[in-house]
Write a protein that binds this ligand. Structure first.
Ligand code: PLP
Length: 344
């Protein structure tokens, strides 16, 4: 596929801002008088590395993928925003998303004045591949698929996703924010075969670094270069880069243990919730949350809130009436939820 043809003409034509540190790569002893920084060392007096080379190196090792296939953003929300700004011409282009799904695609689209075509998920929240493809037209630039999906919690059939990749003449974004909790395989290895594929992952969920703001887009070098062209020059602070390097090293050994534990907690939570009369249905989950349908969700929500337990009301999402989304916490936290719901 010709990616360049999908790019907005103004983005194709523009020259990126050349930051002071673009030309300076080595860590040799040099005197930096190029960026109007304050010379007195406070640890943070220098601008950060605009391409986050050390952190990318670390992530490339952990994910077993080349640095040139990696874009790092201030959360994956930055990557989502950049995808719109790179590919979608305001008021002209459109994107297709399943419904319900992660809310940021629509917010980012609205900011850029991009039409969003929402295609309802099928029974049991399966991907309506045929309908999605039928909804695309010559101005459809991107299909966003969140897999496993938020807020429904299920993972989609790999075959359905491949159908989209093979039959859509535009960019396919697979948002794998919850992939560490899933039985499904990540598609990051497919970026070599499909040059229209962008895989998003985040350090906010399984990795436990939501406060740092670190999201990743994996794609072919051509698309990664487009991200680099459009992003703010210093999009990740020195703190984020340093702390992420340190914490990724520390966390990578305990990640599996924590994820296993959370999956155990999820299982146990499902078993115990099933016994409660106030609950109508618990949807199958490959994430660290459960979508739970209550007979009276408002009452459940309020009772939880009174007890200091904050969950997400998803009852207005398509085919989610009566549903709350409950994040899996520690055993003690989950017990509190159960105890509270038992009082209803
Ligand atoms: C939580 C979440 C993200 C994470 O966004 P960050 O900006 O990286 O914190 C991305 N996509 C989905 C579907 C999510 O649920």
């Amino acid at each position: 596929m010709n990616i360049n043809q999908l790019v907005r003409p103004n983005i194709r034509a523009m020259r990126p801002y050349s930051s002071a540190r673009d030309e300076y790569q080595s860590t040799d002893k040099v005197t930096l008088l190029d960026a109007n920084e304050n010379p007195y060392n406070t640890e943070y007096n220098r601008y950060p590395d605009p391409y986050q080379n050390l952190l990318k190196y670390k992530i490339s090792e952990v994910k077993n993928i080349d640095k040139e296939n990696i874009f790092l953003g201030n959360g994956s929300d930055e990557a989502i925003d950049l995808i719109f700004r790179i590919f979608c011409e305001p008021t002209i282009d459109n994107v297709v998303i399943p419904d319900p799904t992660y809310g940021m695609y629509e917010v980012a689209a609205a900011i850029q004045n991009i039409e969003v075509k929402r295609i309802p998920l099928g029974t049991n929240f399966t991907l309506s591949t045929k309908e999605i493809l039928e909804a695309t037209d010559s101005r459809t630039k991107v299909i966003f698929i969140c897999n496993p999906n938020n807020p429904t919690g299920n993972a989609f059939d790999e075959y359905d996703i491949f159908q989209l990749l093979e039959n859509f003449n535009g960019v396919v974004v697979i948002d794998e924010a919850y992939i560490d909790f899933s039985e499904s395989k990540s598609l990051i290895n497919r970026i070599k075969d499909d040059n229209n594929l962008i895989v998003l992952q985040t350090f906010s969920k399984a990795w436990g670094l939501a406060g740092l703001r670190l999201g990743v887009a994996f794609s072919n070098p051509e698309i990664i270069q487009l991200f680099n062209k459009v992003k703010a020059p210093y999009n990740l602070s020195s703190t984020t880069q340093k702390q992420a390097c340190k914490l990724i090293d520390r966390k990578k050994d305990i990640l599996n243990k924590e994820v296993k534990e959370l999956i155990e907690n999820r299982k146990s939570m499902i078993q115990k919730l099933q016994k409660l009369a106030v609950i109508d249905k618990i949807y199958q989950s490959e994430t660290n949350f459960l979508l739970v349908k209550f007979k009276n969700h408002q009452e459940a929500y309020n009772q939880l809130k009174i007890n200091g337990l904050i969950v997400r009301d998803r009852s207005t999402a398509l085919n989610c009436n009566g549903c709350l989304r409950i994040t899996i916490g520690t055993q003690e936290e989950n017990e509190k939820v159960l105890k509270t719901l038992e009082t209803l």
